[in-house]
Design a binder for this molecule. Structure first.
Ligand code: GLA
Length: 389
């Protein structure tokens, strides 16, 4: 997708007369390590992709907002006064949730708008297509109606609230933050408790990040996700009987091991162990990257997946097979699931010269074992949300 193509499509949907639309873009993201730690006040290490959501927008003379997408047939025109109701299970709820949150901050469009969205992130693959559409909408509202009153971090928090409250998915801050703040060829080392963050150069000399999509439809992902959050809260409650902590991210692995016996429920103890150990792996991985030790980085990626599989139990057969087959290929330094899990994508660190073989062999083996055809993307790390023209 380019801004020329979306502009041409915009004119096909809406009239050619009048001003030309402004074009905005927000990326998707891939998380390199630090999974299911964000809502526990821990560390994450995601980066923005060059894939994402484009949005063409033009102020109109009607008192309505028109929503259309090149990805979905559903279109709708909503009067400004009725902007704050949900529309079934439609994609427009993502932008609507953002309009709704802006209204609460006193920013409410007083003129009509024509909007056309177009995304090239596979939906439901765990690469943050929802954070991407929320953030591109939010960036536009902030700029055009909000006088740029929110900075990028505040924008991320507003979009997270839209997802939590309007969509009903109790996600953490990682996705919206990564797609807002991301920078080309950098990953974001984010403390999700304080939002302190550092943009770390992704020195991948001779290596590629390959994203592999299981193409397994994510089932019950939202309810399972919320269930895991509940289990972590329960772990904190048990631990609070012996040590005052606000969330699991405050504990080092040693501290946790000392008191973990106070969690009587074995399942909850395993969930907490994942979070605390993953947090430590994330810090170590950033350190390894800074030292140029990508072999160590890969080992930590592998350990991350194994912990998500055995202790957090959010992987499932397809993700496990894809990771297993990836690790059998010479030149793969590490491979793990990325995002919420329960289907979706893996991310692998692969030596450049092994990428073609990786795609061919892993693809074949995965298909033989699951009957599903995977997709592969060699990831380019891009910038966060922006206006293109
Ligand atoms: C989803 C959520 C994020 C994060 C990841 C798991 O992507 O939106 O907030 O919790 O899952 O790390």
């Amino acid at each position: 997708m380019t801004s020329e193509i979306i502009t041409t499509e915009f004119y096909k949907k809406y009239s050619e007369s009048g001003e030309s639309p402004r074009i905005f873009f927000s990326p998707g993201r891939v998380n390199l390590i630090g999974e299911h730690t964000d809502y526990n006040g821990g560390y994450v290490f995601p980066c923005a992709l060059t894939y994402g959501t484009y949005m063409a927008a033009r102020i109109s003379s009607t008192k309505t907002i028109k929503f259309a997408s090149l990805n979905f047939d559903f279109t709708i025109e909503i009067p400004l006064s009725e902007l704050h109701n949900k529309v079934g299970n439609e994609w427009v709820n993502y932008p609507l949730g953002v309009f709704n949150e802006f209204k609460k901050t006193g920013v409410d469009p007083d003129r009509g708008i024509e909007l056309l969205f177009s995304g090239d992130i596979p939906n439901g693959a765990g690469l943050s297509s929802s954070a991407s559409i929320e953030t591109v909408t939010g960036f536009f509202i902030n700029k055009v109606f909000g006088n740029d009153k929110l900075n990028l971090e505040e924008l991320a928090l507003l979009c997270q609230r839209a997802e939590n409250k309007f969509i009903g998915v109790n996600c953490g801050i990682m996705d919206q933050f990564a797609v807002s703040v991301g920078k080309k060829d950098h990953a974001i080392f984010l403390n999700c408790d304080t939002l302190d963050h550092e943009l770390v150069p992704l020195k991948l000399d001779g290596l590629k990040l390959v994203i592999s999509n299981t193409n397994k439809k994510r089932q019950l992902a939202d309810s399972k996700y919320n269930e895991r959050r509940g289990e972590c809260e329960q772990a904190v409650k048990y631990l609070n009987k012996v040590k005052k902590v606000k969330n699991l991210g405050e504990l080092s692995l040693d501290e946790f091991n000392e008191i973990s016996a106070h969690i009587p429920d074995e399942v909850i103890r395993k969930r907490a162990l994942h979070v605390v150990s993953e947090d430590q792996r994330c810090v170590e991985a950033v350190d390894a990257l800074k030292k140029g030790d990508m072999v160590r980085f890969g080992v930590l990626m592998n350990e991350s997946h194994d912990s998500l599989r055995d202790d957090y139990e959010v992987t499932g057969t397809e993700l496990d097979i894809l990771v297993e087959e990836a690790r059998n290929i010479k030149g793969v330094l590490g491979s793990r699931m990325t995002g919420a899990g329960f289907g979706g994508c893996t991310v692998s660190l692969v030596r450049e010269e092994a990428v073609d073989i990786f795609i061919e062999k892993t693809g074949k083996k995965y298909e033989q074992r699951t009957g599903l055809k995977p997709d592969f993307y060699v990831a380019d790390v891009g910038d966060g949300v922006k206006e293109i023209q």
